[in-house]
Design a protein around this ligand. Structure first.
Ligand code: PDD
Length: 278
């Protein structure tokens, strides 16, 4: 596999990043994951816009222009012959002697790699996910897509240890989001509900696209917090993320959601999302 590091396309074994990189020592870095279908990027503009915002919020300089980033993405797809899967991009503040304070004018590190994976034909989407609820113990700026992913990893491991697929995180009684996706429910009267944007959740690019498609399809939509109890009592539940599109949730804390099978609204939105993305 060919990867990209600071201006160079290299075999993955030859790629190098300093052990003094602040992403390694302080999780001082941000990332994006963009999916690829039929060899084409899905919603690159949305991911580029969010990356720019993450960088600005952390006073981190952009490593290059958006046009250059797009060219790098396309070149990696070409070099790796990627037709379906994802591209991971990470920008870090760069390397310096270990010190909590950083200095101005550091040279950012830019890394990209591809991962081939079947996204459209997904057993998880056919089956639906089983989730557990856990307290959301992450920091308060989840709107910034940082590489500080230890708690989500721990939550996912806890779900696996209990024989489930994922966790929905709960704060002050309300669901924030999944470990690596945005959480949605469909109420018994058919209203789509997903949490409103704030610092408490990542502003998902897939979330924004699905909101747009749902409104275009005349579905009723509410952006507001909901509790785990409301979710358990809902007609349907699902999650959205770049790599999983729309994926139904069929069980929450051992209780079936609706009839315990992927529901019609989630299936329809998944179909629309894939259709619109190719
Ligand atoms: N995760 N919320 C969290 C905490 C996430 O990590 C993600 C994405 C999302 C969905 O955002 P988007 O629709 O823009 O992918 C929501 C990526 C896929 C990851 O970490 O692999």
């Amino acid at each position: 596999r060919t990867v990209y590091v600071n201006g160079a396309y290299l075999p993955e074994e030859e790629a190098r990043v300093s052990i003094f990189d602040r992403a390694f020592l302080f999780a001082d870095g941000v990332y994006e994951v963009t999916s690829v279908i039929d060899g084409k990027l899905v919603d690159f503009a949305g991911h580029a816009r969010r990356l720019a915002r993450s960088l600005a919020e952390l006073d981190m300089p952009a490593p290059c222009s958006e046009d250059e980033l797009l060219a790098i993405h396309r070149e990696l797809i070409r070099r790796n012959g990627l037709t379906e899967g994802m591209i991971y991009l990470q920008v870090t503040r760069g390397a310096a002697d270990r010190d909590f304070a950083w200095s101005e004018g550091m040279t950012p590190t830019l890394v990209l790699f591809t991962q081939a994976r079947a996204l459209i034909d997904s057993p998880a989407a056919e089956r639906g996910l089983k989730v557990i609820s856990l307290e959301d113990l992450r920091w308060g700026r989840r709107d910034i897509k940082t590489v500080q992913l230890l708690y989500p990893s721990m939550a996912k491991m806890q779900a696996k240890a209990r024989g489930k697929d994922d966790a929905w995180l709960v704060e002050d009684g309300f669901v924030t989001e999944g470990t690596s996706n945005n959480a949605w429910i469909v109420t018994r009267d058919g209203v789509l509900v997903t949490r409103d944007l704030s610092n408490r959740i990542l502003h998902g690019i897939t979330r924004a696209a699905v909101l747009r498609f749902a409104r275009e399809a005349q579905m009723r939509v509410e952006e507001r917090p909901f509790t785990i109890d409301e979710a358990k009592d809902a007609a349907e539940a699902f999650v959205t993320a770049a790599t999983t599109f729309v994926t139904p949730v069929v069980e929450i804390d051992d209780a079936p959601v609706g009839d315990g099978a992927p529901g019609p609204v989630a299936r329809r939105l998944r179909a629309i999302y894939i259709e619109e993305s190719r």
